[in-house]
Design a protein around this ligand. Sequence first.
Ligand SMILES: C[S@@+](CC[C@H](N)C(=O)[O-])C[C@H]1O[C@@H](n2cnc3c(N)ncnc32)[C@H](O)[C@@H]1O
Length: 375
Amino acid sequence: MGDIENSEPVAERISRLDLDYKIGHCRLAEPGEVSTQEEAKAIIDKLYESGVPFFTKELIQGMWDQIEQDPIQSDKILTKDITGAVVECDVETGKVDMELEYVCKELVLSYRCRASLIRELEWKYYTFQHWEPCSVNIMHRTHEWYSKSGKTIPRCGPLGRVTKTFQDKTQEWKESPACETLKTILSSSAKYHEIDKVIGFALGTMSREWVNKDGTLDTRSAWRSASQHALLLTMTEWLQERDHKEKVLCYSQDPDCSEVDKNILDEAGIEVIEDPCGWLEVDENSIVLSIAPNVPVKEIIADIARPAVIIWCRVEFNDGLVRGLTDPDSSRVRAMMEGYELHEFSPDKELFSDVALYIRKSVSAPAPSSDGRFS
Ligand SMILES: C[S@@+](CC[C@H](N)C(=O)[O-])C[C@H]1O[C@@H](n2cnc3c(N)ncnc32)[C@H](O)[C@@H]1O
């Protein structure tokens, strides 16, 4: 499994996803100029080509600070779109939608990269009078409060069973040739990089259990998540050994992580952190691991940092403009990767997708310019 391809008709996708998250209503604080679809696309392309960061720590931190104030229904969260215009987003916490059967709960951030901003211009109901191309926006988590649909809802597995999955998959991973190869490459090619933390993005949940029609458990996603967290742990242990440290900071950011995941990972030395704290932690002295995310991890990281070591799905040429991808390999991502050496360690694709190891060519950390850009 690589990137999730959005091949479904948009309307169906939106209504289904709305049961989990609801995109907030936003508007420009000062009415903007009316644009056509072509003008709007040209603006996005121009800003993107000019290198203006679509994601900055400052923007993410600013929105997070407002969410942390626990705003109530009818409050506003302020953000900026990619043109720099101020945008107001409505807080709808507690609002109930009787028809779609959900209630708006916690506020979370939503991330839209260049390809998503361009693709949504094609949505039939889009109006250009209120065009606010926000790369960071708000969403409400929605929980079904009553359902007539009778659809299967996954359950959270018990601590004992999930712990066993994590232990088994960790052992399997540690005994694999890929684990040995990874440590060997890190020891030779990342020997002198200054590194002080390891951060995982979108490594899934080990505890969500789907029951097959015959009553057996579908363990595929739990096994993937357990194996991917084991890989995160290996890099942390490698660093601990290299630097003779008793403890190295190790974080995992995935909104799907349950309390059961948190307990098990915490015991293993991995701290589960809320979105967006992971992005705010990433810097030039970090190791980043991300596998098949459904957020644009590569685009966000390309704008905010140049981590020392990265493992993520092999960077190819799909910028997500034609075929919808959640984590596209845009021109900006490809340009960033020119500063990295590609290494193969060949882990099992069933558990890790087609990932590759990238180590920054320059041992010393590149500094961003005063406007936050990495050239
Ligand atoms: C397709 S799943 C992949 C899970 C796992 N890595 C795998 O390969 O099976 C995509 C994951 O992205 C996670 N995700 C969505 N938004 C995220 C965010 N803002 N930060 C981190 N992870 C996120 C989802 O919760 C989900 O677990």
